[in-house]
Every structure is written in C-alpha cells, then in structure tokens.
Design a protein around this ligand. Structure first.
Ligand SMILES: NC(=O)c1ccc[n+]([C@@H]2O[C@H](COP(=O)([O-])OP(=O)(O)OC[C@H]3O[C@@H](n4cnc5c(N)ncnc54)[C@H](OP(=O)(O)O)[C@@H]3O)[C@@H](O)[C@H]2O)c1
Length: 497
C-alpha cells in the first residue's frame, strides 16, 4: 500500500531511533530517508546507529544510507529529532523548501505562528498553519512542534482539569529519566547512586509551554492561559519514563470523585478520529498507593498514555497527584507521529492522494434511494457505527442491513456473524453479487480505518464509508481493497436518480 514518504532527521539518536521503531509498519507513513550528522552521512543506517530501543532494528531501514540534513530528500514529511541548536535553521530550510515538518526540538515551540501541539489538548491550534504560511511566504511547507517531554504528560493531565474546573496555580517537581538527555547522555558515574537537581532550560519550558498549549487560538495567534506554574526538574537513575509530582489549585472546587472522573474519562480528537497511534484513553488512572512507577507503567498503551496515580487532597492547594509518561514515545517520537496523523486527518498532509490512489475508472453508481437509506441508517445508529451489504442483480442494488458485532460499536464496525451468514446465504440463493460493503463513521472522516482495511476481504466489492463528521454535509467515499497487493484505490461516487 502506498504511504506518505517521510524522513527522520537525527535518525541515529535516542528519539530518532524511536521514530524508526514506531514508524515500522505504520499504516500511513513510510521511512524513505534517514539523516544525521557528518559522522554518520554515507554509512548504512545499521552501521551508523548504535541501536538500543528494541531488540531488533527494523529490516526496512538497515540498508538505507544516512543522508545529510538538507532539503532535497526523497520525502514530503520530515520528523525532526535534531539537537536544539541545529534544529532551528535546519527545520526552517525544510519548511521553506515545501516539506511538512513535525519536530521534537525546542527551537520553534514558542514562535507565535507555530502550533505547539498535543492532539488531545489543542487540535484547533492547527489553524495557525495558514497564518504561518502567509507570514513566512511558504506556499506548501510548515512546522508543527511537540512540547517538551515532561510538558506533554503534565499538560495531558492538566487539560481536563482546566476545562472542567479552571486551573489557577500548578506546582510540579519532575524526576526525569536518563534517556531524556539523548544518547549516550548523562555519564554513568554522574547518575548511578545519585539525583541531579538541574536540567538546563527544563524548568522554563515547563513553566511556559503549558500556557501556550492551554491557550486559545484568537484568529491570528494564541492567547496564553491565565495559570501560574512553578517547576523543579531533577534527573534520576531511571532508563525511560518521566515521573512528575503535581499540586493544583482550581477555580472551582470539585469533589475527589469528580476530579478523578475528569481525568479518567478524558478523550480528545485522536480518540474521536481513531488515529492509528492514539491510545484508547490518553490518561490511565491508577488507584494503588504505590503507582505509577516507571518500570511498571511507562509502556501502557504502547507508551502513548500518561498514567496518573496517588490522587489526593492537598493541604495547601486543592489536589495533588503523580503523573508518569514515556519520554521518548509519547514525550517525543510517538507524540510527533500522532501530530502528523492529525495533520493527515485535518487535510494538511495529502493521505488520500498518496495512500489511496485515485481511480481513473468509472464512478461507483449508487441510486438516490439507496444512498438516502444508508444515510438514514447512519444517523439513526449514531453514536454507533452501522453498516451492511449492497447486493446487485443486473445493475439493480438491494440493501441488507447487518448488526454491528464489534466489541465497542462506537469505535468500529464488524458485521455480526449471524447476520453475515444470513445475508450471504440469501445473496447466494438469489444468485446476487456482493456489490459493496458499507459502514458509517459517526465522527471520523470517510476513509477506512486500519482495521477496516485489514477486514476488507472481498476484492471485487467496493467498501463504502459514510461520514457524519459534518452533520450538514455527510461524506460518502468508495474504495476497493486488494489485500494481496496491499493496495487501496478510491473510486468517485455518483448518486443516480
Ligand atoms: N530524549 C528525549 O527524551 C527527548 C524528548 C523530547 C524531545 N527531545 C528533543 O529531541 C531532539 C533529539 O534528542 P535525542 O535525545 O534523540 O538526542 P541524541 O540522542 O543526542 O541524538 C541527536 C541526533 O542528532 C544528530 N546530530 C547531532 N548533531 C548534528 C548535526 N550537526 N547535524 C546533523 N545531525 C546532527 C545525531 O547524529 P549522529 O549520530 O550522526 O551524531 C543524532 O542522530 C533534541 O532536540 C531533544 O531536545 C528529546
């Protein structure tokens, strides 16, 4: 299946390796370029990178030759894991040359026209991209930034609290893993048997970035949130996973149960849009007295969730708790990949042109009555996904509705086995053909989710997806999926009288 070509800058480092690991087998993105410093340029990636993030380096990148971090690379999307000083001018050069840049580095985070993004928190800040392009004269390229690795987990926890109760003050003390300092990072003789009570620049980031993230897009820029934050940052002898002790003062005073529910029930756009890297819930609340712990909790939801525990009243502020998160996954590479998935879902990256080849063949013709019936079913069934089969005989279509047998029908559509048997045997008995399998997306766009593609078995049938994301203008799209070739082709849809 064709995917969006991407390049990883700083591909040999701690975050770069995470990108390579997380992008292996990604449904939308494919690593075509690895780039790093002059020390690595020209070497095979397998020889240049001292691989340490998982047992095996993905086979697809082993023989890629490391390229210099300069525009001209064979990709349209850049993931940047460059050191801060190097990242600033390099990322500007790529965006200027027309690349989409999703960066982990700090250089552009606080630029007024650069979205500083956590998709669950401030997806609407992507509206800064047109502002950025206009201001800088970039017709195609742009930069979107990840927050600092401690900020991401802090703000994921702060977001539902701020939305529901209003934050006025936050005090946070971090215990940050050694992988946060890159590879090889902190010398072992400095960190073993020790805590280092200083991480250069970190406290300023934790005190400023949340205000932009929780701020409001005002049409031209971001109006920062009115919250006072005090941070202290420490390096501890943990390999991966930043732990943060947080106290909050709130404008409204929720009960402990309301406070905990706000965290545990929180979901954002990645969950609604069912983005491939999104955790089911971005915050996992633990009730045990001794959790979260880095070793036990950092990999929950593939390292993409923040784990909150020890929630209790605070004798000075209102409540206190601990939040833990993986620093190189959600805190860096995984976060930047989720940002890029949101860019696809919001139309800033052209997944449909790249992933879904457009058919030049004839349109899929669906009679008006059948289309109206499918849309009625979708509306009546919402928030559940609904679906069924369109069978054909001599060009005439018949609609068979089939129960949704998915475990969570708000998140997926899987034809219930009983209905599938009944419909297939009726189609067989009457000598009909399966013309299309259809299902609805109550809130997600009208392109098939990863599990829709893997469950698309009928090579000769169309897969029709109806989206009610814009209730006034439902979208209907049709695809053919060739599992053998790993190919998805979109066909235009014609509504016939
Ligand atoms: N580690 C974390 O938890 C974390 C979390 C969030 C954000 N970040 C940010 O992500 C970025 C990368 O961090 P890291 O921890 O992965 O660092 P790292 O392990 O030191 O890796 C740095 C990478 O940049 C390359 N590089 C260094 N100097 C270069 C130059 N002059 N030109 C081109 N490439 C150069 C290195 O290539 P060679 O191997 O060829 O030297 C290596 O691939 C930093 O901006 C950091 O602040 C890190």
């Amino acid at each position: 299946m064709a995917r969006i070509k991407c390049g990883v800058l700083g591909a040999t480092g701690a975050v770069g390796q995470r990108f390579i690991q997380l992008l292996a087998n990604h449904p939308w993105f494919e690593v075509t370029v690895v780039a790093a410093s002059d020390n690595s340029v020209g070497k095979r990636y397998a020889d240049a990178a001292r691989w340490f993030v998982s047992p095996e380096m993905p086979a697809a990148v082993r023989d890629l030759l490391v390229e210099p971090c300069e525009p001209g690379l064979n990709c349209e999307l850049i993931f940047s894991a460059l050191p801060g000083d190097m990242a600033g001018p390099t990322e500007l050069a790529f965006a200027h040359a027309g690349y989409a840049v999703s960066t982990n580095a700090s250089s552009h985070r606080m630029a007024p026209d650069v979205p500083l993004l956590i998709p669950e928190v401030n997806a609407d800040h992507l509206d800064l991209i047109p502002v950025q392009r206009q201001k800088r004269g970039w017709p195609r390229g742009f930069i979107v930034a990840n927050p600092n690795c401690s900020t991401i987990h802090l703000v994921l926890a702060l977001k539902p609290l701020h939305d529901q109760f209003g934050l006025s003050k936050v005090v946070v003390t971090t215990m940050q893993a050694v992988s946060g300092a890159g590879y090889p990072g902190v010398p072992s003789l400095d960190i073993v048997d020790n805590v280092i009570p200083f991480i250069g620049g970190e406290e300023a980031k934790l005190e400023s970035e949340p205000l932009k993230l929780l701020g409001t897009f005002n049409g031209a820029g971001i109006t920062g949130a009115d919250i006072r934050i005090s941070a202290q940052c420490n390096r501890v002898a943990v390999r991966d996973g930043h732990l943060e002790a947080v106290s909050v003062e709130l404008r409204e005073k929720p009960s402990l149960a309301e406070f905990m529910a706000a965290l545990a029930e929180f979901q954002g756009e990645p969950q609604v849009l069912r983005l491939p890297s999104a955790p089911a819930f971005p915050i996992i609340v633990r009730n045990e007295a001794n959790r979260p712990q880095p070793v036990l909790d950092r990999d929950v939801e593939r390292g993409m969730a923040s784990v909150v525990g020890r929630i209790r009243p605070d004798p000075i502020f209102d409540y206190k708790f601990l939040v833990l998160g993986h620093n190189t996954i959600r805190g860096a590479a995984g976060g930047a990949i989720l940002n890029a998935e949101l860019l696809v879902a919001k139309g800033y990256l052209s997944l449909e042109q790249t992933l879904f080849r457009q058919s030049t063949r004839q349109a899929v013709k669906i009679p008006r009555t059948i289309m109206a019936r499918m849309l009625d079913l979708a509306r009546q069934g919402a928030p559940n996904e609904v679906g069924g089969v369109l069978a054909s005989s001599n060009g005439r279509l018949m609609l068979y509705e089939a129960e949704n047998g998915a475990e969570d029908p708000t998140q997926a559509y899987r034809m219930a086995t009983e209905d599938q048997r009944r419909i297939l045997s009726e189609i067989d008995d009457k000598g009909l053909d399966i013309f299309a399998v259809f299902h609805s997306h109550p809130t997600a766009p009208a392109y098939p989710a990863t599990e829709d593609l893997t469950g698309a078995y009928y090579a000769n049938a169309f897969y029709v997806v109806l989206s009610l994301a814009d209730p006034d203008r439902p979208a209907v799209r049709a695809y053919r999926v060739d599992q053998g070739r790993g190919d998805v082709v979109e066909f235009p849809v014609d509504v016939t009288p």
